[in-house]
Ligand binder design. Structure first.
Ligand code: PEP
Length: 255
């Protein structure tokens, strides 16, 4: 983390977990546990049907609620999808785009990730853009090329001004939900690579201001070491975001 240059963000990704009642109970439980811990932004990205209940429970606290995806079209014949305007209309501020589970199971490509990112930014949402290599790519020694290419393609035609509303989550796919975590050195190295690519695309100054999170089995045990790295500005947390004590310990590690 480098709090003098950029904001630390600890974000939970609930994935397909928590009914509205469960989300309400969870937020009510964790609210007092993270109260006053203002050295980082705290948010949970929730399934669409759970967002309103979670927002209601989080009212008046330092917890924000986001969405887990958004479609790129403003409206129309896209059964099952939700537009950026719809999210804005219910007060959503953040949205995850390009999560590896969307890429892996739902056919998302860098092209659709870029379209979704632009639509979200144009609607005034803040984007958590996920990217990262699969195991074979890391083993083949091409991680830097892969994340560099994803960064360029996913952010194509995103202006420096719009980039102020983008957080990048570096998530090695082999570490998500597997219990395998990148070492702090691997996380630092690849987050630094992403920042170098941003410097080439925009400028050194712009790149230095972008929050780059690490995600992939971050938990209460490994968070402090990961967050101690200069280029790791927070975490995107799946499994551990469903357990109040574990998530709070990660927030504590960011204080
Ligand atoms: C994620 O869903 O983005 C994630 C990092 O999951 P987990 O923490 O469970 O690996």
């Amino acid at each position: 983390m480098n709090p003098s240059k950029r904001r630390t963000v600890i974000a939970g990704n609930w994935k397909m977990n928590f009914t509205p009642a469960e989300a309400t109970a969870f937020i009510n439980e964790i609210k007092p546990m993270v109260a006053g811990k203002d050295n980082c932004d705290i948010l949970f990205c929730a399934p669409y049907v759970t967002i309103a209940a979670a927002m209601e429970a989080a009212k008046g606290s330092n917890i924000k609620i986001g969405a887990e995806n958004v479609h790129f079209a403003p409206k129309g014949a896209y059964t099952g999808e939700v537009s950026a305007e719809m999210l804005k209309a219910i007060g959503v501020e953040y949205v995850i785009i390009g999560h590896s589970e969307r890429r892996q199971y739902f056919g998302e490509t860098d092209e659709t990730v870029n379209l979704r990112t632009k639509a979200a930014l144009e609607a005034g949402l803040k984007v958590i853009l996920c990217l990262g290599e699969v195991k074979e790519q890391r083993l083949a020694g091409i991680t830097d090329e892969i994340v560099g290419m994803q960064t360029k393609l996913d952010l194509a035609d995103v202006s420096a001004e719009q980039l102020k509303n983008v957080i990048i989550a570096y998530e090695p796919v082999w570490a998500i939900g597997t219990g395998l975590t990148a070492t702090p050195e691997q996380a630092e190295e690849t987050c630094a690579t992403i920042r170098r690519v941003l410097a080439l695309m925009y400028s050194e100054e712009v790149a230095e201001s972008v929050t780059i999170q690490y995600g992939g089995s971050m938990n209460e045990k490994n968070a402090a070491e990961l967050l101690a790295k200069t280029n790791v500005d927070g975490g995107l947390i799946g499994g551990a975001s469903l357990v109040a004590e574990k998530f709070t310990a990660i927030v504590d590690a960011a204080q």
